[in-house]
Design a protein around this ligand. Structure first.
Ligand code: BG6
Length: 476
């Protein structure tokens, strides 16, 4: 690979997680319930009723987990803070026990030579705010989110340099307000755009506050970027592809990075009556809170084709793990998804496309002219625990290697990439898919309903990534 530039010194070799998916201890030390604590206990919402009450018990095994990170050689670890651990009812006085947990984690990471990458919001809204005013659907969320974030800025400004504001606002709100699969589980496009508008304002507001409290830090949102492909070069498919890129990607990224909505999408939504209520002063708020970098969560590309006005609408994603069961979904008059015959898929029907990551990074770098960080990328699969505590996840190694090569190619193309945080460090609760859909370098001995002994077991990919990091990416 002589044509490839080497990974730079100081490249962040990370791994990622999120509070609800790993911590457990759902009511420990004064923590209040989040919308996910409530939602996963409703019948029929998740695979076999799995929930994060115990998760992988990271809350009680944090020191052991950080020791494993150190052994693997990580130089960064992305985690999220649970808002209701800090503010059990969403606002008011901070809960010191919750703060103290994250302080211990951050201190342990720093002592191990691992740069903390702190995500402020990974979907676990305090249930109290959902009940009080409908959470993201009310403008009061902006002040409450700012209050929560500023408490973290003040506490950790001296220790944490890299901050992620909102994780996958696009994916979470699409599930929450269009597909009805995440709380509050409604299907209403007007409410979808309203909740998103408030999230954009909240994001910009906390970035503006960040400048004051963490002047030497860097902050940006993490976006679930699935680059759009056209199904063919037919003009109707090309238009569907343009529509998809604008409605499913630029709607968020332009608003974060330019402080305004993309024109064609806004015009369409104003005609359909679904556009958010943009009040005087809102654009100024958006423009006063632009990010330092864009966090890229990349799993797959999506291929689009023409969709007549009476065509396919949004559909639930495949949560069964059965290949070939994902229905076509889309917005009539704009686009619909279609399988890409050139790409293999995982057991969850996710297209495996390393070149898509190179394309993703290049598109974003060219459009926004900002540094990027891969804040998630990984393969959810059924892993098999074998005799002698072995997990031979060569499929995961192949996936990660190919995607790291794509990162290197993108950097050689001129992209400024701060780091790579594969999803995930340990196995986690996969929101709707339970514990069977595993992502980690470290296997957790538990299943949907039985927490067993929660033993930590290094998979083959653990040792592979250890070598990659030790060679600063020379030995992929
Ligand atoms: C992203 C999320 O959507 O992808 C993670 O930020 C999530 O929290 C990951 O776990 C994989 O998705 P899933 O549905 O397979 O768990």
């Amino acid at each position: 690979h002589a044509r490839l530039t080497p990974f730079p010194q100081g490249f962040l070799w990370g791994a990622a997680s999120a509070a609800y998916q790993v911590e457990g201890a759902h009511d420990a030390d004064g923590k209040g319930p989040s919308v996910w604590d409530v939602f996963t206990h409703l019948p029929g919402k998740t695979f076999q009723g799995s929930n994060g009450d115990v998760a992988v018990d990271h809350y009680h095994r944090m020191e052991e987990d950080v020791a494993l990170m150190k052994e693997m050689g990580l130089t960064a670890y992305r985690f999220s803070v649970s808002w209701p651990r800090i503010f059990p009812t969403g606002r008011g006085e901070a809960n010191e026990a919750g703060m103290a947990f994250y302080e211990r984690l951050i201190d342990a990471l720093i002592a191990a030579g691992i740069e903390p990458v702190l995500t402020l919001y990974h979907w676990d809204l305090p249930q109290a705010l959902q009940e009080e005013y409908g959470g993201w659907e009310d403008r009061r969320i902006i002040a409450d989110f700012e209050h929560y974030c500023v408490a973290l800025f003040q506490r950790f400004a001296g220790k944490v340099k890299y901050w992620v504001s909102l994780n996958e606002q696009n994916y979470n709100t699409t599930n929450a307000y269009q597909l009805g699969t995440h709380p509050p589980a409604v299907q209403d496009r007007k409410r979808f755009f309203t909740a998103n508008h408030h999230a954009f304002l909240a994001n910009a507001t906390v970035i503006a506050a960040f400048r004051k409290h963490v002047p030497n830090g860097l902050i940006g949102p993490s976006f679930a970027y699935s680059p759009a492909y056209p199904a063919s070069s037919a003009p109707a498919d090309m238009l569907a592809f343009e529509n998809a890129e604008e409605f499913t990607n630029w709607w968020w990224l332009d608003t974060y990075c330019f402080g305004r909505y993309p024109q064609a999408a806004l015009a369409w939504l104003q005609k359909t009556g679904e556009a958010p209520d943009i009040q005087p002063g809102d654009v100024a708020i958006l423009q006063a809170g632009l990010p330092d970098f864009v966090g890229v969560n990349y799993y797959y590309t999506t291929t689009f084709t023409d969709n007549p006005r009476d065509g396919a609408t949004m559909q639930r994603i495949n949560t069964t793990g059965q290949k070939g069961t994902t229905p076509s979904s889309g917005v009539p008059g704009l686009y619909r998804t279609t399988p890409n015959p050139h790409l293999p898929t995982s057991n969850w029907d996710w297209a495996i496309d390393p070149t898509g990551l190179r394309i993703a990074l290049r598109r974003l770098a060219s459009r926004y002219d900002l540094p990027l960080m891969v804040t998630e990328n990984g393969l959810g699969e059924f892993d098999k625990l074998e005799a002698g505590d072995k997990v031979h996840d060569d499929y995961r190694i192949d996936y990660l290697r190919a995607h790291l090569q794509a990162c290197q190619e993108a950097m050689s193309d001129g992209v400024q990439l701060l780091g790579y945080c594969p999803w995930s460090f340990t196995d986690i609760l996969s929101w709707l898919n339970g514990y069977q859909k595993r992502y980690g370098f470290v296997y957790i001995n538990r299943d949907e309903t039985d927490a067993k002994d929660l033993r930590r077991i290094r998979k083959d990919s653990f040792f592979w990534y250890q070598t990659v990091i030790a060679s600063n990416g020379q030995k992929l």
